[in-house]
Every structure is written in structure tokens, then in C-alpha cells.
Design a binder for this molecule. Structure first.
Ligand code: NAG
Ligand code: NAG
Ligand code: NAG
Ligand code: NAG
Ligand code: NAG
Length: 611
């Protein structure tokens, strides 16, 4: 072990001489103190942890752990202890802005020359470490996670099963997933999060200080349990694989670490061969950098290299965010063909959020230039090969994503319809046993409370118009007489799946940017049903009638109409037949609005005149 003074000289040279000079000039001129110019470096100020001390150790330029600075040369400090009125030499070294180490005289004594006091400290004196509390973490010195690792607690190497270490979004953290080896004592499966706080070199030894926390345990660990020191070494392995050897300290000190082969625990990290199969997402996805879910709670951002996707999700009920990084790992299948123009792509992606990571299977579906849908397996696999195994996308929900700017598109099933019924889809009567049912309101919760029986019949007299108000047929209106005003929507794209049409539409009076969660999905189904003509409302004399079901607006494109609020409609014909009628109602309604404005104006005039 080299004499500590040696490293202190190096430290001294690193400090800016100009700054030092200025400081001493200031102090000499302005603060002629009784005990000379003794100060601890300003960079040491703060609160520190020292093993055995439950209270934080306070340090500022005059005080270190309740001791005042009396005299200083290089790393040697004579300190004064007020309580006993005695002196002591301390040899103090800053290893990193977050770590200070010192040795000191065992006995506090009367003042003697600095050399005499400090020379009595031998390098056998125990080295005491202080770790800064509330420190700024550093990036861990192990690059290239994920790793496989084996470990030992002194009773044999646990290699089988192999343990895994994973990177976290925060590069100061590494997640260590220990496995239990049945044939090795004192091995148990546990997960620990290492956060790196400081590294330094002393001779050929490389040190790391960090906190180690058990993941998934509710007990709050003390600083004594969390601070650990490591010796580490990077060795280029054969076959070019990088190996890191680590030895972990027994307690919250850096004592007892002599080589990477000895420690309370030794760990051997080996870089996992990830293969070079990073892939890029399909071009029809990456041509827009930003996508968001229909209610605006999730945003998907593709980074410039088209291989990484950052997902930001707003947590429910508050403004906090949850972020995920999804890296395309390998393409599995493209439908209908194998070039990137396929409309459905299946791929394996590496997903990470905080320190939680793994591989998932994903499907991307192109619905329109500005509409895609994503499906994702909910289990994170450790190995990429496992991600798509036994995953059945047909049972998984879809996340519908749109871009901020949406085009207007033709709505499917244009025509005029009247509402016969509205309710939870599976509870709607089949036409053969039509019966009077209560009409459930559209904006459910608050509406349901004041709804009374008398209004229900009135609610049923609604109408739906799809694509009738303009030649581009891109509008849809739902006029449910329970509502005070009818809702008008603009269609942005539709697709058909197994007989059901899905349409993305936004409220017409909202701006065209859908970021405000004003974008909805409607599903539509038509079916030929035998007509018994016992109900009201239909003018058709056929034995078959078209039944048309339209879901209430929803922020998800639900795959089955079951458990969804749904309108049952009958067709009143195509829009063309009704162009005249439509235009006449339009003009009459605008006429009535004009007369309303006129009467309001007249009322105002009256009040003015009467004054
Ligand atoms: C250091 O802390 C002590 C105790 O809190 C205080 O009296 C002293 O003024 C501080 N010194 C400086 C330079 O701030
Ligand atoms: C620090 O010293 C003061 C008196 O100088 C004493 O009252 C106090 O208890 C000491 N604090 C610690 C933590 O030793
Ligand atoms: C990413 O994708 C877009 C759209 O397909 C393309 O224009 C761009 O060149 C791609 N960038 C890279 C780095 O491949
Ligand atoms: C938005 O929709 C998602 C499902 O797609 C849901 O989990 C989330 O709670 C919704 N957020 C808001 C604010 O409605
Ligand atoms: C289409 O519908 C049929 C009958 O309802 C069902 O058996 C089949 O699984 C559906 N196909 C898809 C792709 O959803």
C-alpha cells in the first residue's frame, strides 16, 4: 500500500492553483483567524455516512464531524476537539466527490508539531470511509449490459443456473438477478439493484462504491445495509468477450478488499452475446416520428435510427409519467409479404422500463397512413426466442395509435338510419323477439342518475347519418334525442376485419389535432336478419331486413361488440335518395337559428327602449 501522502500530492495538483491562491488571499486579507488558515476543502461540505454512526456526519469548511480544523499540510490535518480540548492528526483523502477516506491517531492529545503527530499514524491504522448522502450517482463502469454472471459467497461458485444482470434506463443502475444453485450452500434467488456512486483507482486497484437494495422487499434498508464497496477488474476474455470480476465488501466500508477473487461476495459478469440482429420498425410506422393513443394518455416516439421506440404513458389519476424503451430485436413475420411493405409485422422487441426489462412479442398493423394498431405480449421473456412462443395475438387487446394530424376519409356504410335501441350489446334483443327495452343513455354515469322512465321512449327517437352532409362523405352524426345536441364526427380512416368495420373519428367541433383525446373508435356491423314485422318503426315489407349495429364512441377499438354500448339501427336508405330532404332540413334549421337570433336582437332592443 503506498503512503497516503503520495496520492494526496496528486490530489493537490488537480485543484486549480488560481482558485487556491484567490481563496488564500481572501482569507488572509479578510479573515485573520486565531487558528490560522485551516480549512477543509469546500468540496467536502455536506452530510456523510460513516459506518457505526447512525446520525449523518456534518462537514463544512471549518467543521468535520464536530472537529475544527487547526492546521493543515497536504492531506494532513491537525484537528481540535472542543469537548475534551485536545488535538489529533487525521490523514484525509478525497477519493471521489462522493467518497472521503481517512486514518487518524487513536488518541486525542495535547498539541505537538504536525510532522510528529502525523508520522505516528501507520498504514496499519484502519482506513475509515465516508460516503456522501444524497449524492449524485454516476454511470456504472460496466458497459454492455445485459450480462450473465456467476457468483460465490465463499462456499463455491454458483454457475448453474446462471444468473442475469440487466441494464436499467438509468445508467447508474444495474439489476442483478441472483439464482439459487442447489449444489452450493448460501445461494438463494434474489434480485438486487446496484446504484453506482463513485469509482477511483488506487495503484492497480479499481474501487467502486454504490448502494445495494433488495428489490421486492418492503423493509426499508438502512444506510449501513445499503452502502457497499467493490474492487473490480475488466479482463478481456478469450473469444473477445468482456468479463468483469467484482469483489463486494462485507459491510459499509472498503475494508477487507484485497483482490477481486476475495470478498464477502465475488461476482463474474460476462457480456451476453446479443447477436447483431437489431432490426428497424416498418417504414409505414417510422415515417411519422410521433404517435399517440386515442385518449392521448400514451405517446410513442421513434428515434432517428428507426430501431428504438420510446413510450410515455400518463399514469392514471395524476400527472406522473411512466416511460418505456422498446428496441426492435428481430423481425419474425411480415404479412402479406416479406418486404417491409406488408400491412402486418410481427417482431421481437427488447422492452425496458426503469430496471425492469425483457423481451416481448409485438404485432404492428397498418390501418391507414395515419392509423396503426399495436398488440404486445404481456409477459417479459428473459430470452428473445421465448418472446413469441405460445403467444396468441388473437386474444390480445389492440392499442390504436394515430398521428397528430389526421386526414379526412370517407366513412363506411353511408346512409340514414334510425335508432331502434341502445344498450349493452349482448343485452339487445334479437329482432325475432323484439320487446320494449329501457334505453340506456349515452354519456352513462351522470346521465343514468337523473334519467327517469318517462324519458326513455323519447330517447329511442334518434337518428344516425353517415356521410350524408357532404359529397366527400366524411361526416357522421349521432342524434340521440336524450342528448341536448347531436354529436358530429369526422371520419379519419376505416378498416374491415371479419365483417366488422372499425372507424377512427374525431368530434367535429374539436380541432383536427387529436392530442386532446377527442379521437374515438366506432365499430359497425351489418347483418341480414329475418323480419317478423311485429315491432314499430320499419316501413319495409320484405322478409329480410338489414340490421346495423353501431358502437358508442370509445377510446379503444374493442374487438367484440359484446359488453359494449351499442346502437341498433335500421336503414332509411342511402344518402342520395335524401339529398333534397337533407338540404331542406339543413336550410330550415339554419332558418330557425336566424329567427332565434332575430328574436334575441328584438328582446335586446326592447330592453334598451324601455330604459
Ligand atoms: C460550519 O458549521 C458551523 C456549525 O453549523 C457554523 O457555526 C460555521 O459558521 C460553519 N462554517 C462556515 C464557513 O460556514
Ligand atoms: C458536538 O460538540 C458539541 C459541543 O462542542 C456537543 O454539544 C455535541 O453533542 C457534539 N455532537 C456530536 C454529534 O458529537
Ligand atoms: C427511418 O425511417 C424513415 C421513414 O421510413 C426514413 O425516411 C429514414 O431514412 C429512416 N432512417 C434511418 C436512419 O434508417
Ligand atoms: C386511456 O386508455 C387506456 C387504454 O387504452 C387506459 O388504460 C387509460 O386508463 C386511459 N386513460 C385515460 C386518462 O382515460
Ligand atoms: C371471424 O369470425 C369467425 C366466426 O365468428 C371466427 O370463427 C373467426 O375466428 C374470426 N376470425 C378472426 C380472424 O377473427
Amino acid at each position: 500500500m503506498p503512503r497516503m501522502q503520495g496520492s494526496a500530492h496528486r490530489e493537490g495538483h488537480r485543484r486549480a492553483p488560481a482558485q487556491k491562491l484567490l481563496l488564500s488571499m481572501l482569507l488572509a486579507g479578510l479573515l485573520p483567524l486565531a487558528n490560522g488558515l485551516c480549512e477543509f476543502p469546500a468540496s467536502w461540505s455536506g452530510l456523510w455516512f460513516q459506518t457505526g454512526k447512525p446520525e449523518p456526519v456534518f462537514v463544512n469548511s471549518t467543521i468535520l464531524n464536530n472537529r475544527t480544523c487547526h492546521e493543515n499540510r497536504n492531506d494532513m490535518y491537525i484537528i481540535h476537539e472542543a469537548e475534551e480540548n485536545c488535538y489529533r492528526c487525521m490523514i484525509i483523502n478525497e477519493r471521489h466527490e462522493n467518497v472521503i477516506q481517512f486514518r487518524e491517531e487513536l488518541w486525542c492529545r495535547s498539541l505537538a508539531p504536525l510532522e510528529e503527530m502525523c508520522n505516528s499514524i501507520s498504514s496499519d491504522e484502519s482506513l475509515i470511509s465516508m460516503f456522501r448522502l444524497d449524492s449524485r450517482p454516476i454511470a456504472c463502469p460496466f458497459t454492455g449490459a445485459p450480462f450473465k454472471f456467476s457468483y460465490s459467497r465463499g462456499l463455491g461458485e454458483c454457475t448453474n443456473p446462471v444468473s442475469h444482470a440487466e441494464s436499467c434506463t438509468d445508467e447508474s443502475k444495474l439489476l442483478l438477478k441472483y439464482q439459487a444453485c442447489p449444489d452450493v450452500e448460501r445461494t438463494e434467488s434474489s434480485t438486487e439493484e446496484l446504484q453506482c456512486l463513485a469509482t477511483w483507482k488506487d495503484g492497480r486497484n479499481k474501487y467502486l462504491v454504490g448502494t445495494v437494495k433488495s428489490v421486492g422487499r418492503s423493509i426499508i434498508a438502512s444506510n449501513e445495509d445499503m452502502f457497499r464497496c467493490f474492487l473490480y477488474e475488466k479482463t478481456p476474455h478469450h473469444q473477445g468477450k468482456v468479463v468483469y470480476d467484482l469483489a463486494q465488501s462485507e459491510d459499509a466500508t472498503c475494508n477487507g478488499l484485497t483482490s477481486v477473487a476475495e470478498g464477502a461476495r465475488t461476482i463474474k459478469l460476462t457480456k451476453v452475446d446479443k447477436g447483431h440482429n437489431r432490426c428497424t420498425y416498418p417504414s409505414w410506422v417510422t415515417q411519422h416520428h410521433d404517435w399517440h393513443s386515442l385518449n392521448g394518455s400514451k405517446t410513442y416516439h421513434f428515434t432517428a435510427r428507426n430501431a428504438t421506440l420510446k413510450v410515455r404513458a400518463q399514469d392514471n389519476n395524476d400527472d406522473s409519467f411512466h416511460e418505456e424503451k422498446i428496441v426492435c430485436h428481430n423481425l419474425q413475420k411480415l404479412y402479406p409479404n416479406d418486404n417491409m411493405q406488408g400491412y402486418t409485422v410481427k417482431l421481437v422487441a427488447h422492452i425496458s422500463s426503469g430496471c425492469d426489462s425483457g423481451y416481448v412479442c409485438m404485432m404492428f398493423h397498418k390501418r391507414d397512413g395515419h392509423i396503426i394498431e399495436i398488440q404486445q405480449s404481456d409477459h417479459k421473456a428473459i430470452m428473445p426466442e421465448e418472446a413469441c412462443e405460445s403467444w396468441d395475438p388473437s386474444t390480445m387487446p389492440y392499442t390504436t395509435l394515430v398521428t397528430s394530424m389526421l386526414h379526412q376519409r370517407k366513412c363506411p356504410h353511408p346512409g340514414r338510419y334510425t335508432i331502434i335501441d341502445y344498450g349493452l350489446s349482448e343485452m339487445l334483443p334479437s329482432p325475432s323477439r323484439r320487446q320494449r327495452r329501457s334505453m340506456k343513455p349515452m354519456r352513462t354515469a351522470e346521465r343514468r342518475t337523473w334519467q327517469d322512465e318517462g324519458e326513455e321512449d323519447e330517447c329511442k327517437n334518434g337518428a344516425v347519418e353517415i356521410g350524408c352532409s357532404s359529397t366527400s362523405q366524411n361526416e357522421m352524426s349521432i342524434d340521440n334525442s336524450c342528448e341536448t345536441e347531436k354529436d358530429a364526427f369526422l371520419c379519419h380512416g376505416s378498416w374491415e376485419e371479419n365483417g366488422t368495420w372499425y372507424t377512427i373519428a374525431s368530434l367535429r367541433n374539436s380541432k383536427l389535432t387529436s392530442g386532446q383525446g377527442q379521437t374515438y373508435c366506432f365499430s359497425m356491423q351489418t347483418s341480414d336478419v329475418p323480419s317478423k314485422m311485429t315491432g314499430r318503426g320499419s316501413s319495409s315489407g320484405d322478409h329480410h331486413e338489414q340490421e346495423f349495429r353501431l358502437s358508442a364512441r370509445s377510446h379503444t377499438c374493442q374487438r367484440s361488440l359484446a359488453e359494449q354500448w351499442t346502437y341498433r339501427l335500421t336503414s332509411q336508405g342511402v344518402c342520395e335518395d335524401l339529398t333534397k330532404a337533407a338540404s331542406s332540413t339543413a336550410s330550415s334549421s339554419s332558418l330557425s337559428r336566424v329567427s332565434l337570433v332575430l328574436s334575441a336582437g328584438a328582446a335586446l332592443l326592447c330592453t334598451l327602449l324601455s330604459r
